[in-house]
Design a protein around this ligand. Structure first.
Ligand code: URA
Length: 308
């Protein structure tokens, strides 16, 4: 894989949403000077290491006495009970760092060893966390805003102050609400953002104008934008009423303001935009400004989607 693109980390200077800042006051109770924290400030991903090729072998390997029995790690990760995990090992379904393990009692390092069951990665490191944030409208997708506008730090600053390192996975523009992933796993963040993995994102756009099947065809065939053609993977007309429409757009690319620009170019300016899904992670009923930890199935799905 080519190295994930690095981003310049320049704070957004779009202040067109000053009025909306008022809307977000209700979500933000702990505003304080923000600390700059962004994935672009981190070192580039390391080359694949001996522990299974995920490029993250950057933590100290544990001494044998500190390692944990494989069946205990599998049970703690929610794969199966210890007894069932032993059966999985017996059946040759468990892999550690690329090699099938069939003997019982092997000790592993959950932080560094790459464990798979039936080829599917098990997230055994309890320190790796990923959150789904419903970013409210009016909040900038940066950890620091030089102009003092509402930003992510206002929502997650408590965790950062408590020492948790969190990267946001890409950005939503300030006017857009919805699902933004935050993780302390820099490699996961880099890969999820990298276009080569084609992570699909779903948006619900309220547009001015009554759309018809012609719009679906146009977006699917590709819309000519200043910086090249943009194609939607999927388009669905959800509703059309009194001069407006609700349209679902699924894409796997992440150019700035891509959905707004595509729809505007097609003649249907966006009035409101919400991101409802990233890969298999759904926003669901989560309220704006709230954050939840992803469950094991969601984590497994994300890590597998980017080959980790
Ligand atoms: N497309 C947009 O127009 N805005 C976003 O925030 C994301 C995709």
């Amino acid at each position: 894989m080519s190295k994930p693109a690095r981003r310049d980390g320049t704070p957004e200077r779009d202040d067109s949403n000053r009025d909306h800042n008022r809307d977000v006051d209700s979500y933000i109770s702990n505003a304080r000077p923000a600390r700059h924290q962004h994935v672009a400030d981190r070192k580039p991903p390391k080359k694949a290491g001996a522990s299974g090729g995920d490029g993250r072998k950057n933590r100290t390997q544990k001494a044998d006495s500190e390692k944990v029995r494989l069946q205990k790690v599998l049970a703690a990760a929610g794969v199966a009970s210890r007894r069932m995990s032993e059966k999985l090992i017996d059946a040759g379904r468990v892999e550690v760092n690329g090699s099938i393990v069939t003997e019982q009692g092997m000790r592993v390092d959950p932080e560094n060893d790459v464990i798979r069951v039936d080829g599917v990665r098990v997230i055994a490191d309890e320190d790796l966390v990923t959150f789904a944030l419903n970013k409210p409208r009016g909040v900038h997708s940066t950890m620091h805003d030089e102009m003092g506008r509402p930003c992510l730090n206002d929502l997650v600053g408590d965790r950062i102050a408590a020492g948790q390192r969190l990267f946001h996975v890409g950005r939503l523009d300030a006017q857009t609400e919805g699902l933004l992933l935050l993780t302390n796993d820099g490699e996961l963040a880099n890969r999820l953002m990298h276009p080569s993995y084609g992570i699909r994102k779903t948006y619900l756009a309220t547009v001015l104008g009554e759309v018809d099947r012609n719009l679906v065809r146009q977006l699917r065939d590709g819309i000519e934008l200043d910086d090249g053609i943009a194609k939607a993977d999927e388009v669905q007309i959800i509703d059309v009423w009194q001069g407006k429409s609700l349209v679902k757009v699924v894409l796997h690319e992440g150019r700035k303001h891509i959905v707004r620009r595509m729809l505007k170019e097609a003649g249907f300016p966006v009035q409101a935009l919400v991101r409802t899904k990233v890969h298999t992670v759904q926003l669901g009923e989560q309220k704006p400004g709230t954050m939840r930890a992803l469950n094991r199935a969601e984590l497994t799905s994300l890590y597998n989607a980017v080959g980790l």
